[in-house]
Ligand binder design. Structure first.
Ligand SMILES: [Zn+2]
Length: 102
């Protein structure tokens, strides 16, 4: 004997069993593209692009740009520090430094 659903199967065992409907409720209304647009999302505070995720108020693209910029700044600073140290030690001349840089 096969049952088409759980309710039927349970009724077969215990006809007096009270089954309370619950669980997943399916919306009768289908989600359309317009609904999706209306629902909206997060907007990047910098470029204004809509984004599903927000990092420090900006979208992933801008966030990555920030990280890249920050890393570049750090690299520049480290390089400057390196040359400043070498210059103060006298192990490198300004001419050599320019050569290395450009
Ligand atoms: Zn952005």
């Amino acid at each position: 004997m096969s049952y088409s659903n759980v309710r039927e199967a349970l009724r077969a065992v215990d006809p007096d069993l009270k089954i309370i409907p619950g669980g997943v409720r399916h919306s009768k209304k289908k989600l359309t593209m317009n609904d999706w647009e209306a629902a909206g999302g997060l907007f990047c505070s910098r470029c204004g692009q809509e984004t599903v995720r927000n990092f420090d108020g900006v979208c992933l693209t801008c966030y990555r740009e920030d990280v890249a910029r920050r890393e570049q700044k750090q690299a520049d600073r480290a390089e400057k520090q390196y040359y400043r140290k070498k210059l103060s030690e006298g192990t490198i001349s300004l001419a050599q430094m320019r050569e290395g840089r450009l």
